[in-house]
Design a protein around this ligand. Sequence first.
Ligand code: AMP
Length: 404
Amino acid sequence: MDKILVLNSGSTSVKFQLFNMEKGYHEVITKGMVDRIGLAGSKIIVKADNEHDFTMETPINNHKDAIKVVLDYLLKKHLKNTDELSAVGHRMGHGGEYFDKSVIIDEDVMEKIYDTIPLIPLHGPAFVHGLEAVTELLPNKVQVATFDSAYHQSMKKSAYLYAIPEEYYKNHRIRRYGFHGTSHNYISHITKDILGFQGKVISCHLGGGASICAIDKGKSVDTTMGYTPSAGIIMSTRSGDMDPYIPLHIMKTQNKTADEVNTMFNKQSGMFGLTNGHSDMRDIIESAENGDKDCAFAIEAYVYSLVKTIGAYIAVLGGIDALVFTAGIGENSPLIRRKVCERLSYLGLNLDEEKNNLRPAPQEITTSDSKVKVLVIPANEELMIAEETFELISELKDKEAMAV
Ligand code: AMP
């Protein structure tokens, strides 16, 4: 059994999960997060099980402090020493065109990771800080990087190249990369197990950030996020796709800077912009039920943006075997799932209303005669990272054994 620590480093937080892994089996030993790094009230929150949950406030100035707090907790409760840890798996934001799968960190990989930071200036540094902190605290520990963009490297050039002068791709690496790849990859694996074959799958990751992915035989064929995670369907606070001239027009006519326009399209748009300030889908649904017309309209616009994309991806795939909902809204909102599925009934897709309304929803929410299966699969990027880390260290051990 291998103990694997999975870390997801954000700009002011580090989420962690400790797994016990062996082939075909996994167990979550404990999980939690360090929050408010570098801010007043920084703390570690552990969600082991109800009995052992705890929160402890402690000064945490940077990612190294944060990971040290996590390791101290693990050493107190779950590990005799750090040798018991087989490897650390990291969620990384961007792999550029370098990485189409998870990799073991070495000098060459680190160089390439540093080279992708300019592609993701807002979040890239935090992912790297997590990695550097583990290198300092646990030198020689095997570390694995799993990239959000890697799964989409299977897209063809016709799907990833923007129709702008080619020098922007060649010299500035501007192309569609796609994100949420670890989540869509996980959906692809689980859906294969449910269907019994690798079919045509449309995966809808509907959280605060949201993206849809067209999957054929386990591979990403197209996805809605692009050069950045701002593109695609309507999101909580991001506009998604729009006429590229709009930001330029606003900058020119209203004397706004690129940063101001960026904030407007990423933090004040999407559902937030359409509803005068609601970004949480639960509030929006409740307000719509209480007669708020803006919220009711925003829900219609959201569903429209999903249906339009799903339709396009059915055309791209040449059909659909399964439509999958995952992440906060996808897993928890029967209303959004019903409204989307109603618009797709022409496919012979029959939603089972009773199953759709169950909480938590069962894995399959269509009737037995439905021509398309609709699935609800809880997002689990951490497990995907643990599995990929486990596979890589198993390969490493095999190689070392052969060399002896
Ligand atoms: P995530 O980014 O995956 O954590 O998802 C966050 C989103 O899920 C937020 O917009 C929440 O409003 C939404 N969400 C969580 N629970 C529900 C629910 N019961 N109904 C509708 N939306 C929900």
